[in-house]
Design a protein around this ligand. Structure first.
Ligand code: NAP
Length: 309
């Protein structure tokens, strides 16, 4: 039986792993379907303290994993299929195998939000993508016009990154001002290869018949006029959805699926704690996720100590 099983290897999960490992609890850390979490899809991270020149997102996660492993964390590849919390120890089913755990820390993070268009779905991986750092350098996007949708930090980051490969990047946003942080927004709008298209929404991705992206249909939300923008790729960067479907009915969550802690990192189930983006609809930063991972680890440690008294 394991003392602590951590679900997720993003900033929250790996920080929880570091703290519980240093407390000699030998945590088992399940990678889930996206080892390293969303940060592995980011290019340069400039706002994680301690890296004045910035650090590559993937590199940061590799370092966090090594640091946790140095103190005894066991990283295990696998996705959780079910949790039985009606008994103690809890039983997690991971790729068909049961794992017993005295405590669980949920750090399952978030995934990319989709526009919800049928054509978007049909052309996914055929020019529609949710990650510029993963796909931007593909030959199909080189020296081509590209479209990014969104107005937050992610959209700005994606658009700026894509200027390395694209002939021009259209940044389509549904309002007339960016939600992104000031520094990011100013840098993006000042770039001579980025052309913002305000008050607009993508209503269709073309061309499903050709099985590749050739253009997007864009509607101006103020005037109602529609136009086509030729492009070889559509990069959707409109925020995230918490990865919490597995915990529905077991762990309390809000309407959007974000887990609601009862006190600190505790959930409504005694012995199950939560950290990071799956419980944070507000900040969603690498550093806040790491802080939440630390808090969940301390809570789990105290819970286990209290059971021995
Ligand atoms: P976000 O801040 O929630 O922004 C999402 C953007 O997508 C908003 O501009 C929103 O429009 C738009 N949007 C949402 N749903 C849409 C839809 N159905 N159709 C069209 N547009 C839609 O998400 P994010 O940019 O992914 O950032 C998430 C968090 O991560 C933020 O806290 C951000 O600061 C952080 N982050 C930081 C960095 C960094 O510092 N390096 C990089 C990436 C992300 P409205 O503005 O109209 O709501």
């Amino acid at each position: 039986m394991e003392k602590v099983v951590i679900i997720g290897t993003g900033c929250a999960g790996l920080t929880a792993a570091l703290y519980t490992a240093r407390a000699n609890l030998k945590p088992v850390v399940l990678t889930g379907c996206m080892p390293g979490g969303l940060l592995t899809t980011t290019s340069i991270v400039e706002n994680f303290p301690g890296f004045p020149e910035g650090i590559d997102g993937y590199e940061l996660m590799v370092r966090m994993q090594k640091q946790a492993e140095r103190f005894g964390a066991q990283i295990k590849f696998g996705c959780v299929e079910a949790i039985d919390a009606t008994r103690q120890p809890f039983v997690l089913t991971v790729d068909g195998e049961p794992i017993e755990a005295e405590t669980i820390i949920i750090a399952s993070g978030a995934g990319h939000r989709h526009l919800g268009l049928e054509s978007e779905h049909l052309l996914e991986k055929k020019g529609v993508t949710y990650c510029a750092t993963c796909d931007g350098a593909l030959p199909m996007f080189r020296n081509q016009p590209l479209v990014v949708v969104g107005g937050g930090d992610s959209a700005c980051e994606e658009a700026t990154y894509l200027t390395r490969f694209a002939s021009i990047v259209y940044l389509i946003h549904r309002r007339d001002s960016l939600r992104a942080s000031k520094v990011m927004a100013e840098r993006t709008l000042a770039h001579d290869k980025i052309k913002p298209i305000w008050d607009s929404a993508v209503t269709e991705v073309l061309d499903v018949k050709q099985d590749k992206v050739t253009a997007v249909r864009v509607k101006n939300l103020k005037t109602g006029t529609e136009s086509l923008i030729d492009c070889a790729g559509l990069f959707v960067a409109i925020g995230h959805l918490p990865n919490t479907q597995l915990f529905k009915g077991l762990i309390d969550m809000d309407e959007a699926g974000y887990i609601i802690p009862t006190r600190g990192a505790a959930t409504n189930v005694e012995g199950i704690f939560v950290a990071g983006d799956c419980a944070d609809a507000i900040y969603r930063q690498a550093v806040t996720a790491a802080g939440m991972g630390c808090a969940a680890a301390i809570e789990a440690e105290r819970y286990l100590a209290a059971r021995l008294e």
